[in-house]
Design a protein around this ligand. Structure first.
Ligand SMILES: Nc1ncnc2c1ncn2[C@@H]1O[C@H](COP(=O)(O)OP(=O)(O)O)[C@@H](O)[C@H]1O
Ligand SMILES: [Mg+2]
Length: 194
């Protein structure tokens, strides 16, 4: 299957997930993440704001803020770039952006990727090597390419439900794998990065 066929199928499947399962599995995934060494040690986390049936991140964001971490969330800038904008309060600092996703209000200023030590990445599908299929705009590929160049010690963790993990996905040269994937069933170390 092509990426776009896989994307469509995965989106349909995820949209059909029961709300109660999304929150039950989401809680398990959030607990694994917030107890993971990489999260505990991180001082500055870049994490997506979940919408629909994505693995929920609101509780994770609140936990990270309560633990005194710098928490940045994505904002899509005009063009094709996504930036990381630190927020202090999930209720006050966000508003719906162009894609309907909650984004930091425009007066909040982005930080450089060199300030971030952990990135929590969403995805429609992941494979066992950490490659992913997103919504098809390549925002995370572009961002992670920049991170690889400028912030070599930054770590990446993908969050997914177990039914979003497949053996192998098609890969383009611009695709960047994550280092670790957390699902409700397991934490997958994606050692083979290439
Ligand atoms: N580092 C990059 N530089 C330029 N274009 C990129 C880069 N990464 C991704 N893209 C573009 O983004 C588009 C979507 O990428 P794709 O991997 O299919 O989507 P997604 O990762 O969101 O599932 C592609 O057409 C690709 O050319
Ligand atoms: Mg990609």
């Amino acid at each position: 299957m092509t990426k776009s066929e896989l994307r469509k199928q995965a989106l349909t499947e995820r949209n059909s997930m029961d709300d109660r399962l999304v929150s039950r599995y989401g809680e398990i995934i959030a607990n694994s993440l917030i107890n993971h060494e990489w999260f505990i040690l991180s001082k500055s986390v870049f994490i997506y704001v979940s919408m629909g049936n994505e693995v929920p991140t609101h509780a994770i964001i609140k936990n990270a803020l309560a633990r005194g971490k710098t928490v940045s969330v994505p904002r899509v800038e005009p063009g094709t770039q996504m930036c990381a904008v630190p927020i202090k309060n999930i209720e006050q600092d966000l508003k719906p952006g162009k894609l309907g996703i909650l984004e930091p209000k425009t007066y909040l200023q982005p930080v450089s990727e060199t300030c971030i030590d952990l990135i929590v990445v969403p995805g429609l599908l992941f494979d066992r090597s950490g490659y992913r299929i997103g919504y098809g705009k390549g925002y995370y590929d572009r961002y992670l390419n920049g991170v690889e160049r400028n912030s070599p010690y930054c770590r990446t963790i993908g969050l997914a439900f177990h039914n979003q993990i497949v053996q192998r996905l098609p890969r383009d040269s611009h695709d960047k794998p994550v280092m670790l994937i957390i699902t409700e069933k397991q934490t997958l170390v994606c050692a083979a990065k290439k």
